[in-house]
Design a protein around this ligand. Structure first.
Ligand code: 13P
Length: 253
């Protein structure tokens, strides 16, 4: 498959993974063979407790390490929080911001997500900015307006294709086994591409990777990654096992 944008598959482990997962991570590395490395970038976002260990076992595996969230500030009196400075220091090269679970569980709005993306940018981390509509918003025909509003509010204008990735994750598709049709994914990704060009400029917007996420499995990944403007996938549950994750990435071979 000829592509102008190098694809990226991100595994978001969410609140899963203990020290025993380090063995599983070795299997991720072992399966990332030369053909796969040529074809696709791979990233795992482990829980913060495993970030340092995975980042230090990553060299040679061809898998980069991302964090799942960061604070808007670089340091200070914020008990329990982690800054982008700390995540970079621990070995992360990217951070998810604005995941719908953060938006829902921690009341994160677009302004907070934007400030987190700025913190990532300031500290040399790629910000993976997540957007997505709820079931009610989709049923009300508001999907595209919601996505545009989230992008406008969450993506800082100075970002470039090098330090920004967009994750489109319909909230109703996460962990449910449901996925939008290929046509629906195509429509949303085209709208994201157009909006990105307005926010960060035509050239950067055209080159920024836009990932689809929400119930991606080995059984549906091939169809999803064939959709126009899908430059990779953001995988939750199916990223916990090397075999599933590598099968999904393997469709890019
Ligand atoms: P699932 O793949 O488990 O639906 O999770 C998607 C997700 O939220 C990844 O960030």
């Amino acid at each position: 498959m000829t592509r102008s944008i190098r694809p990226l598959i991100v595994g978001n482990w969410k609140m899963n993974g203990l020290t025993a997962s380090l063995n599983e991570f070795n299997a991720f590395g072992a399966g990332n063979d030369a053909a796969l490395r040529r074809a696709v970038d791979l990233m795992i976002c482990p829980p913060a407790t495993l970030l340092f260990a995975l980042a230090h076992s990553a060299p040679g595996k061809g898998i980069s390490i991302g964090a799942q969230d960061c604070h808007v500030k670089d340091s200070g009196a914020h008990t329990g929080d982690l800054s982008a400075v700390m995540l970079a220091d621990a070995g992360a090269s990217a951070v998810l911001v604005g995941h719908s679970e953060r938006r829902a569980d921690h009341g994160e709005n677009d302004a907070i997500v934007r400030a987190k993306a700025e913190a990532a940018y300031r500290n040399g981390l790629t910000a993976i900015v997540c957007v997505g509509e709820t079931r009610a918003e989709r049923e009300a025909g508001k999907t595209l307006s919601v996505i545009r509003r989230q992008l406008k509010g969450s993506v800082p204008e100075m970002m470039t294709a090098h330090d920004l990735v967009i994750g489109y994750e319909p909230v109703w598709a996460i962990g449910t086994g449901l996925t939008p049709t290929a046509k629906d994914v195509e429509e949303v990704h085209a709208a994201i591409r157009a909006e990105l060009k307005k926010i960060i400029g035509k050239e950067e917007g055209a080159r920024t990777r836009i990932l689809y996420g929400g119930s991606v499995k080995p059984t549906n990944a091939k169809e999803l990654l064939a959709v126009a403007n899908v430059d990779g996938l953001l995988v939750g549950g199916a990223s916990l096992k090397a075999e599933d994750f590598l099968t999904i990435a393997g469709f890019y071979r």
